[in-house]
Design a protein around this ligand. Sequence first.
Ligand code: SAH
Length: 350
Amino acid sequence: MHHLLEPTTDSLSPWLAERGYPAYRAGQVRSWVFARRAGSFDDMTDLPRQVRGELAAEFSIFATRIARHSRADDGTQKLLLELADGGRIECVLLVDGPRRTICISSQVGCAMGCVFCASGLDGVERNLTAGEIVEQMLRLQQLLPPDERLSHIVVMGMGEPLANLDAVLAALDVARSDDGLGISARRITISTVGLPAAIRKLAQVGTPYNLAVSLHAPGDELRNELVPVNKNTGLAAILDAADDFFQANGRRLTFEYVLLGDVNDSPRHAQQLVRLLRGRMALVNVIPYNPVAGLSYRTPSKLAVHAFRNVLVDGGLHVKFRQRKGSEIDAACGQLRRLPIVAPSPLAPG
Ligand code: SAH
C-alpha cells in the first residue's frame, strides 16, 4: 500500500499516468482529502467508481489508527494515534476564541531528555515521516465542525522537531500550500529545545515560521540539569542562533520557560532571565509545570508564579503566562501514550 499523504514520495501522479487516467484526478483526490475532509476514497463521488475502487486497493489515506480520543471541558481534544509499526504519538486540538490551534508531534518519543517531560522518559524510537506529520493535521481537522477551519499549528507535541527538520518542513509545506491546508507560516510555530546548527538551517530556509526556544533556566548550570542536551550546546550558542533567525526573517522570538516549583521559579531566577533576554524582540512564555506521573516536580504556587511574573514585567520583558488547557485529559506532552492501552474510547470515529 502507498501512503497517500506522504509528500516526499508522490506516488499518485505516476500511478494515474501509468493507467492512462487524467492527471487532474490527483488534484481532485487532494481536494477531497484536504478541503472536503474525506476519510475514504468512497467519499470521492466525482471520481468514477472504478477509479475509486482501484485507488482503495493500492492507497491508504491514513496510515494511523485512532487508539484513543479524549475531550476536555474547555474544548481541548486529544488523539492518541497508533502508527503502522505500533508506535504511538499524540496530537491535540485547542479551541481558543476564534483560533483553532493544533499541536503536533515530530518524533516517537524524544532524545533530548528534559527531566520534567513525559515524552523523553523512554528515549526516542524514531522520526515521524512527513506523511505521518501531515496525517495528524488531517485527523485533527476532521474533529472540527464543517464550518470551522484550522488556524494555527504549533510543533510542540512529542519529539524535537529540529532533530527531524526535513520531514517537519516537508509536512509544513503541505500545511501552507493552497491545495493543502492554506495556513500561513506566520501562524505556524516550531518549538525547539535549542539546537544551534538546525536553528541556523531553519533560518536559511527563509520561510517566516515562528521560532520558540525552550529555555527553562536562565543560566547554563541549572539548564544542564534540566535540559541535559544543553551540556553539548550551552545557552550562548543557542541565543546566538536564535538572534540569527530573528535577523534572517524578522519574526519575534518566543522563549518558553516551564516553571518548576522550588527549582527555577525564584525571583532570583527571574532577574537572571531578565538579564539574559533584555534587549531582544522576544516574548517569554511562562508555562506552569504540568505534573507527570512518576516525576516528583511540583507546579509552583500562585504566589511564586505572580512574583516571577512581576520581576519579568518590571525588567521590561514581554511575557505571556500560558493558561493550562486540557490538563484533565493529560493534554500535555507525551503523557497519554504512556497510559496502559485501553479499548478505543466511544468518541473515536475510527
Ligand atoms: N522538543 C521541543 C518541542 C516539544 S516540547 C521543545 O523542547 O520545545 C514542547 C514544550 O512543552 C516545551 O517547552 C517543553 O519544555 C514543554 N513541556 C514538556 N513537559 C512539560 C510539562 N510536564 N509541563 C509543562 N510543559 C512541559
